[in-house]
Ligand binder design. Sequence first.
Ligand code: GNR
Ligand code: NI
Length: 165
Amino acid sequence: MLDILEFPDPRLRTKAKPVGVFDQALQDLIDAMFATMYAAPGIGLAATQVNVHKQLLVADVSEEKNQPLVLINPKILSREGSQVYQEGCLSVPGIFADVERADRIVVEALDRHGQPLAFAADGLQAVCIQHEMDHLIGKLFVDYLSPLKRELVRKKLEKAHRASA
Ligand code: GNR
Ligand code: NI
């Protein structure tokens, strides 16, 4: 299992670089990210969260956990509408808050072998992809909260980190 960085770790603010090489090391990283995500359990995981600063995310929003999705160098081509969803994050444990995001997005990316793919996503899948893509630019869902709420979250997590140190 890979270690997941937790807010306010400054490494979560790193901007990921595009992936250019689709070698065995990348396949092993993707497999380890899925194992870590499913075990957590979570519906998505960005490489940034495991301290790998590459544009790579994994996700599976299905009930049966049998629809793994790998997105490499992802881009959002279009956004429509808005939805509010109560988000959580494996890097901000125990904190949940409403975030407004696009309701429907069209995404272009590469798969784990470097083959291009493009698709439309809505609902929870659209939330998840937008949340993961934020990680790749060093952004966290708590950044959408008021500064006061974000400060309360930071204090709560720093206290929890001290208690477990
Ligand atoms: O497991 C996760 N659940 C979740 C719920 C609502 C909105 C976004 C998410 S993503 C999160 C896993 C995670 O932190 N991915 O970066
Ligand atoms: Ni997250």
